[in-house]
Write a new protein. Structure first.
Length: 183
């Protein structure tokens, strides 16, 4: 079985493959620009995107909408993470937190799967924003995010290590468990 992952981000696809390969499911990247609406929650953004795509793609697909929520910034960049990453990068987050002692943050991921009906799977990981970037793996804000209970940032971990604890890894686990029961 082949399953389309609608995303512009190859890093997300690499993470997904590790989950689906053992099930014999081949995940491939489908690059279709879909509207990411301005909304208060990742769930709303993911659902709108999936329903928009469902009118244009007639085979099963999924997408992921994720974000970094920084406590001292009242949850910013949150649903605006992609835009903030593109404009300010992770260095922008470090700058916004200069001198701030509360470094708490979490990543959240919402996966929307469409096969004629819509299903949402979510995952979250708590951690903190480092004071300096560390590591060269992963993507996005990984060099400045250190999950709770670990000394390494996501960018210092292998994909397998990151998947085991990450927001997207948790959402994928829930998705894969559901697929096992429902396919
Ligand atoms: P899509 O095409 O799948 O939307 P994207 O990279 O734009 O790809 P999002 O819209 O979900 O992804 O935006 C989330 C932003 O948060 C984006 O800039 C990512 O780089 C960042 N991000 C999401 N998950 C991350 C992770 O696991 N590690 C580091 N940064 C992450």
């Amino acid at each position: 079985m082949r399953l389309a992952f609608v995303t512009s981000n190859p890093g997300k696809v690499e993470e997904a493959r590790k989950y689906f390969e053992p099930l014999g499911i081949k995940v491939y990247q489908l690059r279709v620009d879909y509207p990411e609406i301005q909304a208060d929650t990742l769930e709303d953004v993911a659902e709108y995107g999936a329903r928009w795509l469902a009118e244009r793609i007639d085979w099963p697909f999924f997408l992921d909408d994720s974000g970094l929520f920084v406590e001292a910034l009242n949850g910013f960049p949150g649903v605006y993470s992609a835009y903030v990453y593109k404009t300010l990068g992770y260095r922008g987050i470090l700058k916004l937190l200069e001198g701030e002692t509360n470094r708490k943050a979490y990543f959240k991921s919402v996966i929307a799967y469409w096969d004629g009906e819509l299903y949402l799977f979510t995952g979250r990981v708590n951690g903190e924003i480092t004071t300096e970037p560390r590591g060269s793996g992963g993507f996005g804000f990984d060099p400045v995010f250190k999950p709770d209970g670990f000394d390494k940032t996501f960018a210092e971990m292998t994909t397998e290590e990151k998947n085991r604890i990450s927001h997207r890894g948790r959402a994928f686990s829930a998705f894969v468990e559901w697929l096992k029961e429902n396919l």
